[in-house]
Design a binder for this molecule. Structure first.
Ligand SMILES: [Zn+2]
Length: 171
């Protein structure tokens, strides 16, 4: 750590302490050259990775988008918003724990499927049947919206039809 007063690279740590919850380490330093004192703070730098889509485009991780996609899959299913949010949190925690700057969108799709499988089988099948044909969770939302906005009688929770129309969704 370079001295901010004289620029000398040799500084000594004279005191180190953590704050109460152990999240920040505070160090008192002394410059060996000019003897001035200064303090540095060290904290964990956790950032959500960027998402790399199959076509190579990168986008920022978007909590709202992820949660919306899962909400769509869970539409009219007996799963609480709280359970859904906990699932989203677990996905985010996994992504953080990977410690990567970039993560393939397929990886997120896998994590979503794992969580949906635990939450609700119908939502899982709903997501998986559409998702397998798509590159991204974003695309999944678009397709699901399309499928669900089509008029349909009697059945409210069936997965998207496995008919030739699926070809419209881009194979
Ligand atoms: Zn100095």
């Amino acid at each position: 750590m370079k001295c901010p007063f004289c620029g000398d690279p040799n500084t000594q740590v004279t005191d180190t302490r953590e704050n109460d919850d152990g999240e920040v380490v505070r160090r008192r330093r002394r410059c060996v050259h000019c003897d001035k004192r200064f303090t540095t703070y060290e904290r964990i730098d956790l950032k959500m990775p960027h998402i790399v889509k199959r076509n190579g485009n990168r986008s920022d991780f978007d909590h709202a988008k992820l949660s919306d996609s899962m909400k769509l899959a869970l539409r009219k299913r007996p799963v609480t918003t709280e359970a859904l949010e906990q699932a989203v949190d677990r996905i985010e925690a996994r992504l953080l724990a990977m410690g990567e700057n970039e993560v393939a969108s397929e990886k997120i799709g896998e994590l979503v499927m794992k969580e949906l499988k635990k939450l609700d089988k119908v939502a899982y099948i709903r997501f998986a049947s559409v998702y397998r044909n798509f590159a991204d969770v974003d695309e999944f939302s678009e397709v699901i919206r399309e499928v669900q906005s089509r008029p349909k009688r009697g059945r409210t929770s069936s997965p998207p039809p496995a008919d030739p129309e699926n070809d419209l969704f881009g194979n």
